[in-house]
Design a protein around this ligand. Structure first.
Ligand code: THU
Length: 136
């Protein structure tokens, strides 16, 4: 379970990261924050590129920060974006999260008003392929 204070800290970190997003092409800024096994919070934001497909999602940045910080397991991840619709992770980012998370790991979706929805990884990526699916 994720404590209220941890959720508040995740939300604040993701919102701050969203403010740093580099999204001159889509104008759609996204922030993410991971609460890792070490109790630390790792933020990320989307970073677009003039060569459009090279752009990176906020979740990918947060995962890179976590790994560079020495952690290897996601306890919770929060994604924040604007607009009326839920900003759920894209398919590629669901798989990126999968590498470092358990089926029950919470994926929290927020807007400027706060947390709007909560999913488990298994809900967003059922019957997924992970490290244990590779032959030994
Ligand atoms: N984006 C993210 O960073 N994360 C998501 O979960 C959804 C989409 C970014 C990619 C691109 O820079 C912009 O949002 C518009 O798709």
């Amino acid at each position: 379970m994720t404590a209220d204070t941890e959720l508040d800290a995740l939300f604040a970190a993701a919102q701050a990261a969203q403010g740093q997003a580099y999204a001159p092409y889509s104008r759609f800024t996204v922030g993410a924050a991971i609460l890792a096994e070490d109790g630390r919070i790792y933020p990320g934001c989307n970073v677009e590129n003039a060569a459009y497909p090279v752009g990176a999602c906020a979740e990918a940045g947060a995962i890179s920060a976590m790994v560079a910080g020495g952690a290897r397991a996601i306890r919770a991840i929060l994604v924040i974006g604007d607009g009326a619709e839920l900003v759920t992770p894209c398919g590629a980012c669901r798989q990126r999260i999968r590498e470092f998370a358990a089926p029950e790991t919470p994926i929290l979706i927020a807007g400027p008003d706060g947390i709007r929805a909560r999913f488990s990884l298994a809900e967003l990526l059922p019957a997924s392929f992970g490290p244990a699916n590779l032959p030994k």
